[in-house]
Design a protein around this ligand. Structure first.
Ligand code: CA
Ligand code: CA
Length: 86
């Protein structure tokens, strides 16, 4: 879905804007970064644990995007623990 957005920005002819947007997108795509602050830490773990057992497909703690929050999501978060943190 991001490709559609980048195409729209490219149509403006402002390549710098597109590059900035792509950088933000990449930072937000860190597996386990549930609150989107670019860092995988205890705040994200709290979100995952609060959401533990969710199966309705709209789960804030769903790291692997399979529609639930379970041990596979916890494993992904712990694998990326501390990633990109200051
Ligand atoms: Ca985070
Ligand atoms: Ca999941």
């Amino acid at each position: 879905m991001y490709d559609v957005d980048f195409q729209a920005w490219d149509l403006t002819g402002n390549s710098q804007l597109a590059e900035d947007a792509e950088t933000v997108c990449l930072e937000e795509s860190i597996p386990g970064d549930l609150n989107g602050d670019g860092c995988v830490d205890q705040a994200d773990l709290g979100i995952l644990l609060t959401d533990w057992g969710c199966t309705d497909g709209e789960c804030p703690g769903d790291c692997d995007d399979d529609g639930d929050t379970d041990q596979s999501d916890l494993g992904i978060l712990l694998t990326h623990w501390g990633e990109s943190c200051p």
